[in-house]
Design a protein around this ligand. Structure first.
Ligand SMILES: Nc1nc2c(ncn2[C@@H]2O[C@H](COP(=O)(O)OP(=O)(O)OP(=O)(O)O)[C@@H](O)[C@H]2O)c(=O)[nH]1
Ligand SMILES: [Mg+2]
Length: 344
């Protein structure tokens, strides 16, 4: 998602600048002019290595104020954005100071006829710039760590109507995303789960709809989550307004229906921004004794209008998926909040 070049440490950066400055050569038969040109050129090349590197680093980071809220929320979890901004601000400040030391030193060298004074001024400039860069070392190292973290961010478009899929393990979430997608689902990393998010797409009336499978995120009661996980889940609400909550009433997933319905309530309570579509999966299979679909529907009715619809499907055979697709599109479009319209 965010491609940022490797950030050199202060020592590496200075070594590069000194190496570049030491290679400068000037031809001029006049000794004084030669020394003048040589010293100016060395200062210029030294400063320019640092100027270029620092400018490149600052520019490579995203401009945080223009990012979609989904990414702002995720980045903020990985590393407080205010801290990143402060570090980048110090890099930018140092860069400007380097340029002003450079300009001042060149003027001083221009104004003197004494080669010894030129050397002195050049060395002074090198010294001042070096100590400034050394002071930046901690920021440079830290930004390199931030860079690694930003690399883990998922690349999920924020401009398509989006629905997320929740439910206990093995209820058939991935199967559903696969069956509902017309194109090959994409895989995106999500820094807060060991698994990767699968993102599927289908198109209707020239609109591209996005379905996000959330393994390891929305498959346990919200209350049992640590803070970072909670925030990571809430970030999904900045992408979507509706969640497919899938249950498997057959027990083949390894869980009875009761804890599954409790999880649904827990998500409805803890994530008030999200409406839910209850999907009862594996309609091609027998129900165990004592379980019937009407009682599941009744449990859903307890949640009132937070459950916009209940649909029975078989993600394996495809039964009910046409209806589900219609429900998904309508729900996304009718919802007041449309996160994907805020940012292109
Ligand atoms: N008979 C039947 N099997 C299904 C159906 N949907 C999914 N399955 C099977 O159920 C198992 C679990 O399906 P997955 O799609 O991997 O479930 P999941 O919810 O993504 O599981 P996790 O990623 O572990 O959370 C697989 O063996 C699927 O083939 C269905 O409608 N009918
Ligand atoms: Mg899965």
């Amino acid at each position: 998602m965010f491609v940022i070049p490797t950030i050199m440490t202060a020592e590496e950066l200075l070594r590069k600048a000194f190496r570049r400055a030491s290679k400068v050569q000037i031809r001029d038969p006049d000794y004084r002019f030669r020394m003048q040109k040589l010293n100016k050129a060395k200062v210029d090349s030294f400063a320019s290595v640092i100027d270029t590197a620092l400018e490149r680093y600052v520019r490579a980071f995203p401009s945080f104020d223009n990012l979609p809220p989904f990414y702002i929320a995720l980045i903020d979890l990985l590393e407080p954005i205010d801290d990143i901004k402060r570090m980048l601000g110090r890099l930018e400040g140092a860069r400007k100071q380097v340029l002003s030391i450079q300009a001042k030193t060149v003027r001083q060298i221009n104004r003197t006829a004494k080669p010894a004074y030129m050397d002195l001024k050049r060395n002074e400039a090198f010294g001042r710039i070096s100590s400034m860069i050394k002071e930046l070392d901690e920021d440079l190292k830290h930004l390199n760590v931030v860079r690694e973290k930003l690399k883990q961010l998922p690349s999920i478009p924020t401009s398509h109507p989006t629905i997320v899929v929740a439910g206990y393990p093995s209820v058939g979430k991935s199967q559903l995303v696969k069956m509902m997608s017309t194109a090959d689902p994409k895989v995106a990393s999500y820094p807060f789960t060991t698994q990767e998010l699968t993102v599927g797409y289908f198109e209707e009336n020239r609109t591209r709809y996005q379905i996000v499978d959330t393994p390891g995120l929305l498959d346990r009661p919200f209350e049992k989550r640590n803070n970072v996980e909670k925030q990571a889940i809430l970030a999904l609400t900045l992408l979507s307004n509706t969640c497919i909550f899938m249950v498997d009433p057959t027990g083949h997933c390894g869980y009875t229906i009761e804890p599954q319905l409790e999880l649904m309530e827990s998500i409805a309570d803890s994530v008030p921004e999200m409406d839910l579509i209850l999907v009862i999966n594996k309609s091609d299979m027998e129900l165990p004794e004592g379980v019937d679909k009407d009682s599941i529907r009744r449990a859903a009715e307890k949640l009132g209008d937070r459950i916009v619809r209940t649909v029975e499907v078989s993600a394996a055979s495809g039964e009910g998926l046409e209806e589900l697709r219609e429900v998904v599109m309508k729900t996304l479009i009718m919802h007041e909040e449309k996160p994907w319209e805020n940012f292109g």
